[in-house]
Design a protein around this ligand. Structure first.
Ligand SMILES: Nc1nc2c(ncn2[C@@H]2O[C@H](COP(=O)(O)OP(=O)(O)O)[C@@H](O)[C@H]2O)c(=O)[nH]1
Ligand SMILES: [Mg+2]
Length: 378
């Protein structure tokens, strides 16, 4: 899964990106660490079953911090959103290329009204306009792709009686748009209508607005205008993670507070006090981890599943307890899950065992937090 961080210049995208990828950058043993500079690894977090099951886990593909399972997700700092980006203006082409690979987007928005939608300094700018502008740019881009695709496939669909959504989804596969998204969009709007591209965007690129710079009073004032945006301070999160790394505080990303450990200079003390008063106390967290989790679990509808090779020991074949956490879409069946782990496991799949060691079948619908053993033909 790839999350795109988008937004106007100066909204705080790079700060957000640096904060969430900071810890991970130093840990080299994940499969996807050698990547481009604007690509990094952050975490989605959910409750690890280790506590409830009364075991101590030994995570392999993820981490567990005080009962919170941290599951790596890839992030992309997508630069280059300027008016006309959909026509390739500015860094538009890079922007669109990055965008097409993302399964979901976090719009880092300067909620303070001090940056307009072009990233220029402003005063009293309505950040809701920037949200509209971003949606417009993406809609125009998708709309262009849809109309080019339509002119290619419309005739074939009519003469060869192939469903339009199938042909369209082949044409739009580079955008990570699924056939079911196209079908659903077609049920609401004709493919030539203006609303079709917006439907495709809403379905295939779920977007969450992170109302950033919430530490500033003007951002707080603008928040009610921003619907279900998540209040956020990327700068506060970066400062907390840096302080944690220097051993000054204990801080778990997403938590409502921190614990002072080291000797602080008066300046450090003041900075932490500011974060506490302006961000953590009024909002319950910096909002950064919440933004990622809300996108992954709320908007992209993912659940966490723990495959093991021995359900009795809750372990893999080397004895690691609850080794791997997988993010899979809600509605995934056990057989589909077997294929997600490995094609060979999918091909030799014969069923599974749930946590109570009961048999479960191919069509078993996985639930959030499930621990399952997959049975395969030898
Ligand atoms: N007050 C405040 N400033 C922030 C916050 N996040 C970022 N900034 C500042 O906004 C400016 C632009 O940030 P940057 O991450 O480079 O934005 P980008 O152009 O979107 O990548 C920098 O001066 C940051 O320090 C925040 O949460 N609060
Ligand atoms: Mg930047």
């Amino acid at each position: 899964m790839l999350i795109g961080i988008v937004g106007a210049p100066n909204s705080g995208k790079s700060t957000f990106f640096r904060a969430v990828t900071l810890t991970e950058a130093e840990i080299a043993n994940y499969p996807f660490t050698t990547i481009k500079p604007n690509q990094g690894v952050g975490y989605a977090t959910s409750e690890c079953p280790c506590r409830k099951l009364g075991v101590s886990c030994s995570p392999q593909n993820s981490r567990c911090l005080n009962g919170t399972r941290m599951i790596p997700v890839k992030l992309l700092d997508v630069a280059g959103l300027v008016p006309g980006a959909h026509e390739g203006k500015g860094m538009g082409n890079q922007f669109l290329n990055d965008l097409s690979r993302a399964s979901g987007l976090i719009h880092v928005l300067d909620a303070s009204g001090r940056t307009d939608s072009e990233g220029k300094p402003s005063e009293g700018w309505d950040p809701a306009k920037t949200v509209k502008f971003l949606e417009y740019e993406i809609d125009e881009w998708i709309s262009g792709i849809v109309s080019r695709a339509l002119s290619k496939v419309k005739k074939a669909s009519e003469t060869q009686k192939i469903p339009l959504e199938r042909l369209l989804s082949q044409q739009l596969s580079g955008l990570s748009v699924k056939e079911e998204h196209i079908k659903e969009a077609l049920s609401r709007s004709g493919p030539e209508e203006h609303g079709f591209a917006s439907e495709i965007r809403r379905l295939s690129k779920p977007m969450l607005v992170a109302a950033n710079k919430i530490d500033m009073p003007s951002a707080k004032e603008n928040l009610p205008k921003l619907g279900d945006a998540i209040p956020c301070s990327a700068e506060a999160e970066l400062a907390l993670r840096n302080a944690e790394r220097q051993g000054l505080i204990n801080y778990i990303p997403g938590s409502p507070g921190f614990e002072v450990r080291g000797d602080l200079t008066p300046e450090q003390s003041r900075a932490l006090e500011f974060i506490h008063e302006r961000v953590l106390k009024p909002y319950g967290s910096t909002g950064v981890q919440k933004a990622i989790n809300t996108l992954v679990f709320g908007k992209l509808n993912m659940i966490t599943v723990y495959p093991v090779s021995d359900i009795g020991k809750l372990s893999d074949s080397s004895g690691n307890v609850l080794p791997d956490a997988y993010l899979v879409p809600k509605g995934t069946t056990l057989r589909e899950f077997a294929y997600m782990i490995h094609t060979d496991i999918g091909d030799s799949f014969i069923g599974g065992l749930d946590i109570e060691k009961r048999r479960i079948g191919a069509d078993y619908l996985l639930r959030d937090g499930d621990v399952v053993e997959i049975l395969a033909r030898r």
